[in-house]
Design a protein around this ligand. Structure first.
Ligand code: ZN
Length: 77
């Protein structure tokens, strides 16, 4: 087996080990329909458009409080 000629310095070791910790920001482009930041090759979450046409129907939040189906039926007689 070939052996290393010289010992690598602590600095060099640290540079090697510390080189992979950074998180890269995602590539964001803007939606041509509404201008919201979107990931490339993804449907816009704001308006539901992709490649210039509407793909998704975006549900808008109603101000009415929704029933969660937790109506307690009174069985006591
Ligand atoms: Zn959009």
């Amino acid at each position: 087996m070939p052996q290393p000629k010289k010992r690598h310095s602590n600095s060099r070791q640290g540079k090697r080990r510390g080189a992979h910790w950074k998180i890269t920001p995602p590539n964001l482009s803007t939606c041509p329909q509404c201008g919201a930041p979107i990931l490339p090759h993804h449907v816009c979450a704001k308006c539901g458009h992709y490649k210039g046409r509407s793909v998704l129907e975006i549900k808008t939040k109603d101000k009415k409080t929704r029933d969660k189906g937790k109506h307690k039926k009174e069985t006591k007689e």
